[in-house]
Design a binder for this molecule. Sequence first.
Ligand code: FE2
Ligand code: FE2
Length: 360
Amino acid sequence: MGHKVYAIPVEQTGWQVADGSGTVQFSWEYDNNKEKLLNLYDKGKRRQWDAQKRIDWTLELDPMNPTGAVDEQVPIFGSEIWDKLGPKERGELRQHLAAWNFSQFLHGEQGALICASKIVQNVPEIDAKFYAATQVMDEARHVEVYSTLLNKIGLAYPINENLKGILNDVLTDSRWDMTYLGMQVLIEGLALAAFGLIRTFTENDLARSVTAYVMQDEARHVAFGRNVLKEYYPNLTQAERSEREEFCSEACYMMRDRFLATEVWETLGLPTDKCAEWMKNSESQLAFRSLLFMRIVPILKDITLWGPKMRDTFEKMGVIGYADTDLDAVMAEDEKIADEIDALRVAQVDETIAAGRDLA
Ligand SMILES: [Fe+2]
Ligand SMILES: [Fe+2]
C-alpha cells in the first residue's frame, strides 16, 4: 500500500483526545424499530463494497497535477504570486494543494470512523446502533481509499487546526446528539459538498471514481443524522436548541476558514497573508466557499435548528439562499452518479473478459 511522505513530520503532529464518551447505553428493546432507520440499515448492508475490487488502482495519476483540473481551479490563480511561479513550482503547488485537500478528507474519515463507533456505544436505540455499525465499516473503507490515493500523490499533510478543533469538540461532548450534529450534519455535510466539487472539476478518472463512490455512502450517513435529529430536536427546549445553534455557527465559520489552506502557503514559503487575502476576495473562491454550505444549510433548517442565531450566521456568510435546496433530489443525484460510473466500470470489465474469450 506504500508509505506516506508527510510535508510536516508526524512526530510533531501526534494527537490524543481524552474522549468524553460518557455512558455506554445498552438497549433491551430489540424489536422497537423505526422503519426509516431500518431501511437505511438494509441499504447500508446491501451497498457494502470492496475498495480493492470496485476501484481500478492501476489508473494513472500525475503527482504534479493529481486532479487534472485546469489552472483556474488553483485558489491563487490570477494573482501576482501565481503569475510569478514557473512550471515546476506550479506543479509542486498543485501537488501540495491536492495532498493537503485529500489529507483533510483522510483525517476527517478517521474522525468519522471514531464518531460512528462512538454512536454505536452512546445512542439509546437499537436500530440506530444497527445503522451506525454499517457506517463504521463504510468509514474504514473511506480511510482505506483516501490513504491509497494519497500514496499515489506521494505527499501528505497533517490535520488542519480548524478541523481538529471541531473534532475535539465533538469527541469531548458526552451528549449523543452532539456526535451526530458535529459529524453527520456539519463535517459530513461540508465534506459532501467539497467532494461534489472535486467530482465535477477533476479530469482524473481515479480521483473521480473514488470521490463518487465515497459520496454514495456519505449520502446515507447524512440521511441517518438527519432522520434521527429531526425527531429528537423538536422535543428539546428552546434554550437547548439555541446552545446547539451556537455550536453550529462557530463550527461553520471554522470550517469555512479551514479552506484557506494556510499550511500549504507556509510549507512552500509563499506569502501566507497575501495568499489568504487573495482567497478571501477572489470571486471564484468566494463562490467556492459558498458552495460548501449547499447541504448544511437546508439540513439544519430541516432538523429545526433554525432560530435567529442560525439564520443570522448564514445571512452573514451569504449562504442563506441554500435554505430551500431540495435535499432529497441532491442526494438521489449523488447515488445516481456513482451508479453510472459503476455501470461503466462493469461494462469495461465485461468487454475485457469478452476480448480475452475471443483471443482464446
Ligand atoms: Fe466517510
Ligand atoms: Fe461518512
